[in-house]
Design a protein around this ligand. Sequence first.
Ligand code: NAP
Length: 332
Amino acid sequence: MSSFKALRIHEADKGVDSRVEDITIDDLTEGAVEIRNAWSGINFKDALAVTGKGKIARKFPLVAGIDLSGTVESSEDPRFKPGQQVLVTGWGIGETHDGGYAERARLPGDMVVPLPDELDLRQAMVIGTAGFTAAMALVRMEQNGQRPEQGPVVITGASGGVGSFATRLFSRAGYDVTAMTGKPAAADYLRSLGAKAILDPADVDYGKGPLAKAEWAGAVDALGGDTLAWLTRTVKPFGNIAAIGLAQGIELNTTVIPFILRGASLLGIDSVYCPATLRLKIWERAAQLLKAEDFQAIGQRELTLNDVPQACADLLDRKVQGRMLVRLSGEQ
Ligand SMILES: NC(=O)c1ccc[n+]([C@@H]2O[C@H](COP(=O)([O-])OP(=O)(O)OC[C@H]3O[C@@H](n4cnc5c(N)ncnc54)[C@H](OP(=O)(O)O)[C@@H]3O)[C@@H](O)[C@H]2O)c1
């Protein structure tokens, strides 16, 4: 049986040991669809998993990587045919199930999404979980009544993977976007993605009371903690806040006042176990909104499997802007 390269996380005395090694298909968790992987990407969660800074890996050894795109090699699931191009994000790959940082994957058919016609395999991973999650925020907010004419939408952690995509997608969908970033050097990049205004967190008065001046028709939050609490105080009547991330903290110290006096909605975004029907709708919306030039505009670096551990450390040190792609077969 032929071997292939994989970046696997092993349990170690102190934390984890993540290394590239040769494995065979039988080393992978079971699944009906075998995929020749073309690309993966690096998300915040991957960085936590590979460095061991977060308890993401739930089995050892584990092929890391919560995203992949590639071509079906063989399938016992009648929905997929050899040669078909597919993508997978979430569903526990790179957590409980072997994931995308390998030249091959073997996954249950329910996890596998046919590649939308508008995208190639590389573009699907420029989007990856980060872009999919941003698109999920857009779809969920619009399902709950969000419209561009209601006013500005603020996006926090804007220079990151989710934030970059949210900035581009909401701008493409006609929203007036304020990008909040702690990286002053990212301002031009965020303007090039469509941000109308840049907000430095150092200039924000986070306040303490239950309500403050209503500024935002909507918000997409990658940070949690004090930032999310501030958003609940400053969202306009009937505005939506999409709670995506915890880069700043997991606490949420707020009151019920914004919900009962301003009709604010706090929408939970779970890209991992997003139901299949909604998942397809989100991929379609993202594929339709994004233009070819957007895939150049979103900052991106191409890496090999060997580069991934250092890149994960850089991401957690906030040295990364935009997306990092992992080249496997490199097929488009
Ligand atoms: N709910 C879901 O399904 C889902 C899916 C994907 C990601 N997430 C979560 O969403 C968040 C963002 O993910 P990502 O992949 O975009 O990560 P990322 O590329 O690392 O971006 C996170 C951004 O947040 C800001 N940031 C980071 N650490 C911070 C801190 N300590 N205090 C304040 N700001 C900080 C930085 O933006 P600036 O420098 O521009 O301020 C950074 O670029 C993570 O918490 C991730 O776990 C959730």
